[in-house]
Design a protein around this ligand. Structure first.
Ligand code: HEC
Ligand code: HEC
Ligand code: HEC
Ligand code: HEC
Ligand code: HEC
Length: 357
C-alpha cells in the first residue's frame, strides 16, 4: 500500500460514522507486503498474545482461533513448503511478529496473523472506528476495513531473491493477485469489499475461504445434464467468490472429473487454475490461466462412450478443490492435513441425468 494512511483524532460513537479528520500519517504502510517485518511498536509483551484480548473479546478470539490466519505459521501445508524454501521473506507474512527472522518464531509469533499483527501500530491500537466505551487509545485509520488493507498481504509478485537469500524487491510477475482480481471483477463495488463476504460471521473474524467446505460450496455450482445419449453437459460457475477461483497460493487448482468406476484409466478431466513457466529475470510467468472469473460459467461436453465401461454403468462427476502441488502425497511427505476437498459430486446412469434445457 503506497498511499499514506491517515490518522483520525477523537472517538466515534458506537457503530456510527467515522469522523474523517486529517492527522499525522502512520509511519509507513500498515502491511509492508513481505518487504519488511510488521512493526507493531512499543506494545507490552502480553498484548501480543490473543489470550490477553479474550477476557473482553471472547467471540473475536474464538473465531480468529478457527481461522487460517491463526495457523498461518503452524499449518502443515505451509510448513512443508517452507522447509523446501526457508526464506525470511515467508516469515514476514506467515509469522509477522517474528522480527528477528525465522529463528525468532516463538511465542506470540507462532500465532501467525494474530490480533496484534492487525491491530497494533506504533504501540497504539489501530482500527476502523473507536467505540465510546473503548478502553483503548485507538488510532482510527481510513480504509482500515477495506480491500487495500487486506491487499497488504494478499497482493504481491514473485520476488527477486538476492544472493544472501534476502528479498528486497519484486518482479513484475504476479504471484498472488487477489486484490487486483477483486478490483477487475463483477463484485468490485460490493459494500464492505472483502469483509462484505469474509466478515459474515457474528464477530467477523473467522474469515472462511478455500479451506472451508461451506465457503467452497457457496462459491461454486456444478450442473450436470444430458444433451443426448452421446453428450453430457457439465457446467461450473463461480457464483460466490469475489475474485478468481482459485485465487491466492500458486498451487491451488480446481479439477472437474468424469469417469466410470470400472474404467478409471479413461478418466476425463478439466483444469481450472494457473500454470507457470520460467521468467527471464526471476520468478515465474503465468502461461495458462483458466481460473474462473467472478460470475464466470464454463460448460464442457463429455461423451460417455469415451469414458469406457458399460453403457448402462453409472457415471461419476466430481468437482475437487486442490490445495497442494501433489494432490495425493505419500505418507512420508504428507503435510498432516487435507490436501484437497470434494466440493460437489454426482453419480447416475447417463439416462438418469436431467435433460438439458
Ligand atoms: C478490559 C477489557 C478489554 C481488553 C482486555 C481488550 N479490549 Fe478491546 N475493547 C474493549 C471494549 C469495551 C471496546 C469497545 C466496545 C467493543 O468494541 O467491544 C473495545 C474495542 C476494541 C477495538 C475497536 C476499536 C475501539 O477502540 O473501539 C479493537 C480493535 C480492540 N478492542 C482490540 C483489542 C485487542 C487486540 C485486545 C488484546 C490485545 C483487546 N482489545 C483487549 C475492551 C477490552
Ligand atoms: C487479518 C487482520 C485482523 C486480525 C488478525 C484481527 N482483526 Fe480485529 N479487525 C480487523 C478489521 C479489518 C476490523 C474492522 C472491521 C470493520 O470495521 O468492519 C476489525 C475490528 C475489530 C474489532 C472492533 C469490533 C468489530 O468487530 O468490528 C475488535 C474488538 C477486534 N477487531 C478484535 C480483534 C481481536 C481480539 C483479534 C485477535 C483474536 C483480532 N481482532 C484479529 C482485522 C483483524
Ligand atoms: C498480515 C498479513 C495478512 C493480512 C493483513 C490479511 N491476511 Fe488473510 N491470510 C494471510 C495469510 C498468511 C494467509 C494464509 C494462511 C495459511 O497459511 O493457510 C491468509 C489466509 C486468508 C484466507 C484463506 C482462508 C481459507 O479458508 O483458506 C482468507 C479468506 C483471508 N486470508 C482473508 C483476509 C481478509 C478479508 C483480509 C483483510 C480484512 C486479510 N485476509 C488480511 C495473511 C494476511
Ligand atoms: C463476493 C464475495 C467475496 C468477496 C468480495 C471476496 N471473497 Fe474471497 N472468497 C470468497 C469465497 C466464497 C471463497 C471460497 C472459494 C475460494 O476459495 O475461492 C473465497 C476465498 C478466498 C481466499 C482463499 C483462496 C484459497 O486459496 O483457497 C482468499 C485468500 C480470499 N478469498 C481473500 C479475499 C480478499 C483479500 C478479498 C478482497 C480483495 C476477497 N477475498 C473478496 C468470497 C469473496
Ligand atoms: C506478501 C505476503 C506473503 C509472503 C511473502 C509469502 N506468503 Fe504464503 N501466503 C500468503 C497469503 C496471503 C496466503 C493465503 C492465500 C491462499 O489462501 O491461497 C498464503 C498461502 C500460502 C500457502 C498455502 C497455505 C494453505 O493453507 O494451504 C503456502 C504453502 C504458502 N503460502 C507458502 C509460502 C512460502 C513457502 C513462502 C516463502 C517462500 C511464502 N508463502 C511467502 C502471503 C504470503
Amino acid at each position: 500500500m503506497s498511499r499514506a494512511l491517515r490518522r483520525v483524532a477523537g472517538a466515534v460513537g458506537g457503530a456510527a460514522v467515522v469522523l474523517a479528520l486529517a492527522g499525522a500519517a502512520v509511519d509507513g504502510p500498515l502491511f509492508p507486503r513481505g518487504l519488511a517485518p510488521v512493526d507493531v511498536g512499543a506494545v507490552a509483551d502480553p498484548d501480543r498474545w490473543s489470550a490477553t484480548c479474550a477476557e473482553c473479546h471472547a467471540a473475536h478470539v474464538d473465531e480468529w482461533a478457527a481461522s487460517r490466519h491463526a495457523v498461518a505459521w503452524t499449518n502443515g501445508i505451509f510448513q512443508r513448503e517452507y522447509r523446501r524454501e526457508p526464506l525470511d521473506w515467508c516469515v514476514r507474512c506467515h509469522a509477522p511478529l517474528a522480527t528477528g527472522g525465522p529463528s525468532s518464531v516463538t511465542g506470540a509469533a507462532e500465532e501467525g496473523v494474530n490480533c496484534a499483527v492487525c491491530h497494533f501500530r506504533e504501540g497504539r491500537m489501530v482500527s476502523s472506528a473507536r467505540a465510546e466505551d473503548s478502553p483503548h487509545d485507538t488510532w482510527v485509520v481510513d480504509g482500515y476495513a477495506g480491500a487495500e488493507a487486506c491487499g497488504g498481504c494478499h497482493e504481491f509478485n514473485f520476488p527477486f531473491v538476492d544472493e544472501d537469500h534476502v528479498v528486497r524487491r519484486y518482479t513484475d510477475h504476479p504471484m498472488q493477485h487477489t486484490l487486483s482480481e477483486f478490483r477487475a471483477g463483477a463484485h468490485s463495488g460490493r459494500e464492505g469489499e472483502c469483509l462484505g463476504c469474509h466478515g459474515n460471521t457474528p464477530a467477523g473474524h473467522r474469515m472462511p475461504g478455500g479451506h472451508d467446505l461451506g465457503a467452497l460450496q457457496h462459491a461454486l455450482t456444478l450442473d450436470v445434464c444430458r444433451k443426448s445419449a452421446r453428450a453430457l453437459q457439465l457446467t461450473v460457475q463461480n457464483v460466490g467468490a469475489g475474485h478468481n477461483l482459485p485465487t491466492g497460493d500458486l498451487h491451488r487448482a480446481l479439477r472437474l472429473r468424469a469417469w466410470r468406476s470400472s474404467a478409471p484409466t479413461a478418466l476425463w478431466e478439466h483444469f481450472f487454475g494457473r500454470a507457470f513457466g520460467p521468467a527471464p529475470d526471476a520468478g515465474k510467468l503465468v502461461v495458462v490461466d483458466t481460473a474462473l472469473r467472478p460470475l464466470q460459467a464454463v460448460t464442457q461436453a463429455v461423451d460417455p462412450r469415451a469414458l469406457a465401461g458399460r453403457a448402462d454403468e453409472e457415471v461419476n462427476v466430481e468437482l475437487r478443490y486442490i490445495y497442494t502441488a501433489d494432490e495425493i502425497p505419500t505418507d512420508r511427505n504428507h503435510p498432516g492435513e487435507p490436501t484437497y476437498a470434494v466440493v460437489h459430486s454426482r453419480r447416475a446412469r447417463v439416462s438418469e441425468f436431467p435433460r438439458c434445457p
